[in-house]
Design a protein around this ligand. Structure first.
Ligand code: RIB
Ligand code: CA
Length: 339
């Protein structure tokens, strides 16, 4: 068997971070050295315990989890609880909770420790705002050569969420994105434009319903159930620094229109099975001082800026094998079946 790929996973768990962790823990191609948590979809007070409780449910309670930044580098937090629910998991409550996996060091310091201890280069899979990774690169620039690459969910060329032109994980902490793309570490962006088609369709969801495992049940209840918020939750979401306002009408619309694009899951698939994707290197800058364009990632696809190969700083994932991705997702989820 091929050698395993050593990874650190940084996440803001989150329904699709949860799906990505499910895939990572089931994959034989990855060696998960650590998981670190960050504020993003919801606050750290949810993303951190969600991560530990989920690893426990996935049967991997031994993976160390380090708590990271509770806010972006220089901006106030912005949340996506209208998508992920007030607790990040659309209200899902774990039957068993745990804090056993938590390590004492904060995320960036723990990442540094892991990198120092490894002989091999390590891949950082960043599924949320890049705050922790930027702190690592700022505090320990000497460790940049120990990072094989950063694989990031975010960036867009002609698309956006939650605004027409920005992606959440960049918009929340654009300064961190700028740091991570300008420190000489190979940076692979899994952009919204491409990942929109990384979906699991209705027939595949029906197949998942036949899987007999607590993990499949968790994935169905979080990723594939309609958003059902109580009035109290809606009020809580709307006053919590959320990036979009919701009410009953909008919720109904979202539930009707929603396609299951699995963003963080497809990003994890790129690490596990890069053969399902194609990519190309470009020069990219991020807007940090816009009036309405903050977080916009300017990807110079036509090379208008005439940048050399050395100056290009971002690998842009251009295509995804949609069927291959859906199969990988189902295969990994199916591997949790009991008996
Ligand atoms: O809505 C986009 C957010 O959901 C991002 O944080 C992405 O990583 C997913 O978790
Ligand atoms: Ca995420």
């Amino acid at each position: 068997m091929n050698k395993k790929i050593p990874v650190i996973i940084d996440c803001d768990t989150g329904i699709d971070d949860a799906g990505a962790l499910m895939m990572a823990c089931a994959s034989e191609r990855l060696e998960i050295l650590a998981v670190t948590t960050v504020s993003g979809n919801v606050g750290l007070e949810h993303t951190h315990p969600n991560t530990m409780n989920l690893l426990n449910l996935l049967g991997r309670p031994e993976i160390p989890v380090a708590k990271g930044a509770d806010r972006p580098l220089v901006r106030p937090p912005m949340k996506a609880s209208a998508v992920h629910g007030f607790n990040g998991l659309r209200g899902y409550q774990f039957a068993q909770t745990t804090t056993a996996a938590q390590v004492a060091l904060p995320a960036a310091a723990y990442m540094a420790k892991v990198l120092e201890e490894q002989d091999e280069k390590v891949t950082i899979v960043a599924l949320g705002p890049l705050t922790n990774v930027a702190i690592l690169l700022l505090s320990r620039p000497d460790l940049a050569p120990k990072i094989d690459k950063i694989v990031f969910m975010g960036v867009s060329y002609q698309d956006g969420n939650p605004t027409p032109i920005t992606t959440f994980n960049v918009l929340v902490d654009p300064e961190a994105f700028r740091i991570c793309t300008t420190r000489g570490v190979d940076f692979y962006a899994c952009p919204l434009d491409t990942l929109r088609s990384a979906c699991v369709g209705a027939s595949e969801v029906e197949k998942i319903r036949t899987f007999k495992s607590p993990v499949a049940d968790f994935i169905l209840k979080t990723s594939f159930a309609p958003r059902q918020f109580t009035d109290e939750e809606i009020a809580q979401i709307n006053k919590s620094g959320n990036e979009e306002y919701i009410n009953r009408e909008r919720l109904e619309l979202l539930n009707k229109s929603e396609k299951n694009a699995l963003l963080d899951q497809a990003t994890m698939a790129f690490v596990i099975a890069p053969e399902l994707f194609t990519f190309k290197k470009y020069y990219c800058e991020v807007e940090c001082a816009g009036t309405i364009t903050t977080g916009y990632t300017f990807v110079d696809k036509r090379n208008n800026f005439q940048k050399s190969e050395e100056e290009k700083n971002l690998y842009f994932i251009e295509t995804v094998d949609e069927q291959g991705f859906a199969k990988l997702f189902l295969d990994l989820l199916g591997s949790y079946e009991e008996g």
